[in-house]
Design a protein around this ligand. Structure first.
Ligand code: ME8
Length: 520
């Protein structure tokens, strides 16, 4: 099977905040995709990390009486801990204070200065100090000259700054959206960008002089490179793209460009417009897809610091302790705000999803099937001799089409669609057991072959579904693999999902994958 490289990124997270569900969510969905592609035999690079410069970090550090670097070290470590805590398999954790990143950012800005895409100019405009962002006159008017994020008034500010010639890329960006509509997804997000693009593009300041915590502009160290430019470049500095003589560069350069860059919808503009324009200016290939998901809200309310209703790491750990880490992953991947609308994180829905899908469907099917194989077939996988009354399912064809649907959906980053296709197989097994009633047939010694045929189909269908679900629930599917002696994943998901790979005579031990949990 031909393997290819795949590159997936999360946003890099600000170190001036504590990690919460949003960060765990984005990283988990990327992890699920990354694992799926690895199981399919691809050579995957999965990047996440922390965004550590900027005025907000400088101010938070000052307020706490520590240096910005100390604050960054401390909080970056908290983000890094998430990876182990939530079973996330990132290949690199980039920090923007890493000298290797800093040097490359300077080299990239130098390149943009050399090509004339970055120049020195004066700017006057409406500044949102909390967001470290300038607003256009139209946008400032729209928000009534108050920050839509913090509610504080925008400030009229003027600065001599280095600018990025964004305006020069307006036509090329429009052409990009026309030629490749899938570059920003979901569609609602692309339309949002296109709407704003119609207002026209102005050059953007990419340096600041009112604080010091950042990377100096080459040759003008009193200017600090705007934190957003510094941050966006992480996606290529992590691959050593601007460090041509490094081992890093040699080993990683071929991962560019990214197959998918996952972000939250609030940082769409930077990723859908400024980022591609920067890449165009650097003459680098564009990513295939920028995927902007929506937000988790909590029990029907927007999460905010003032309401104190952020679902924090402690709460998420509570769910993991009660339901298991795979249950949390399953919930995030199937019920999350992957599309254009926000999703509610509610305790009752978590419980309901766990009980319906994992306990009553997947867990129950696997445990019934293995228990019956234990009872009627001495714990050995029966062979399929063909005869099987009832059920009316063409299993090889049915599973093959579900497998294609699941792989196809995952390739499009439709995680819940991919999981639904796999769970469709399990649901069919459930119905098949009820329709064919092997537990009744087993009372008739003449029907032993039939019972074996039914149970082979159940076990084989569950095995196939489990291959597709493994990237979402690696721990429990790993347990199933072990109990049913399925071996390690082969790295060729499609052929592993072919009907009939489960060998007769394989020892099938009983499994209890998802214990029932009482709602407290
Ligand atoms: O924006 N629901 O970092 P950040 C779902 N450093 N996801 C959420 C969420 C919610 N309620 N809240 C946050 C930054 N997120 C910049 C990015 S990238 C070059 C620089 C997730 O720490 C979502 O992925 O504020 C969002 O984009 C990200 O956290 C913002 O993290």
């Amino acid at each position: 099977m031909a393997t290819s490289t795949k590159y997936i990124t999360t946003p890099i997270y600000y170190v001036n905040d504590r990690p919460h569900i949003g960060h765990v969510y984005t990283t988990t969905i990327c992890d699920t995709w990354a694992r799926f592609q690895r199981l399919s035999g691809h050579d995957v690079f999965f990047l996440t990390g922390t965004d550590e410069h900027g005025q907000k970090v400088e101010q938070s550090a000052e307020a706490r009486g520590v240096s910005p670097q100390m604050l960054a070290d401390e909080n970056s470590a908290e983000f890094r801990n998430i990876m182990g805590m939530f079973n996330l398999t990132n290949d690199e954790f980039i920090r923007t204070t890493d000298p290797r990143h800093e040097q490359q950012v300077q080299a990239l800005v130098q390149r943009l200065m050399d090509s004339g895409d970055v120049y020195l100019g004066t700017f006057e405009g409406w500044y949102d100090a909390g967001q470290e962002e300038y607003y256009t006159e139209t946008k400032a008017r729209e928000v009534d000259f108050n920050s839509p994020i913090s509610g504080k008034p925008l400030e009229r500010a003027s600065e001599e700054n280095y600018y990025f010639k964004l305006s020069a890329y307006e036509e090329r960006l429009r052409a990009m959206f026309e030629e490749n509509p899938g570059i920003v997804r979901p569609d609602a997000r692309r339309n949002e960008v296109l709407g704003r693009l119609r207002e026209g593009l102005q050059d953007v300041p990419i340096s600041r002089t009112n604080f010091a915590w950042g990377i100096g502009v080459p040759g003008a160290p009193e200017h600090v490179i705007y934190v957003w430019i510094d941050a966006l470049f992480n996606y290529i500095t992590a691959l050593g793209l601007a460090d041509e003589n490094s081992d890093w560069h040699t080993a990683r350069k071929d991962y560019w460009s990214a197959d998918i860059q996952v972000i939250g919808k609030e940082i769409l503009w930077f990723h859908a417009v400024i980022w591609p324009a920067l890449l165009m200016a650097l003459e680098l290939p564009l990513p295939s897809c920028i995927y902007a998901h929506s937000f988790w809200i909590s029990e029907g309310q927007k999460m905010s610091k003032s309401l104190g209703n952020f679902i924090d790491l402690e709460q998420l750990q509570g769910y993991m302790e009660r339901y298991g880490s795979d249950a949390l992953r399953y919930f995030l991947c199937t019920q999350g705000p992957l599309g254009a609308t926000d999703a509610d994180f509610s305790r009752s829905q978590f419980h309901e999803t766990y009980t319906t899908d994992l306990v009553n469907t997947l867990g129950n099917c696997a445990s019934r099937t293995s228990a019956m194989i234990g009872k009627y077939c001495d714990g050995l996988c029966p062979s399929d001799t063909g005869e099987c009354a009832g059920g009316g399912v063409e299993w090889p064809e049915f599973t093959a089409s579900q497998v294609e649907a699941s792989i196809d959906a995952m390739d499009r980053f439709d995680l819940s669609g991919s999981i639904a296709a796999a769970m469709g197989i399990v649901r069919r097994v459930d119905a098949f057991i009820n329709e064919t009633a092997p537990f009744k047939l087993a009372k008739d010694p003449e029907a032993a072959d039939q019972v074996g045929n039914i149970l082979y189909r159940c076990a084989e269908a569950i095995r196939i579904a489990s291959c597709l679900l493994e990237s979402t629930m690696p721990e429990r599917i790993g347990e199933l693999r072990e109990a049913w002696n399925l071996g390690e994943p082969s790295g060729d998901l499609r052929s592993e999902c072919q009907w009939g790979r489960l060998a007769a005579g394989t020892t099938i031990n009983k499994v209890a994958l998802f214990p029932r949990v009482e709602l407290d």
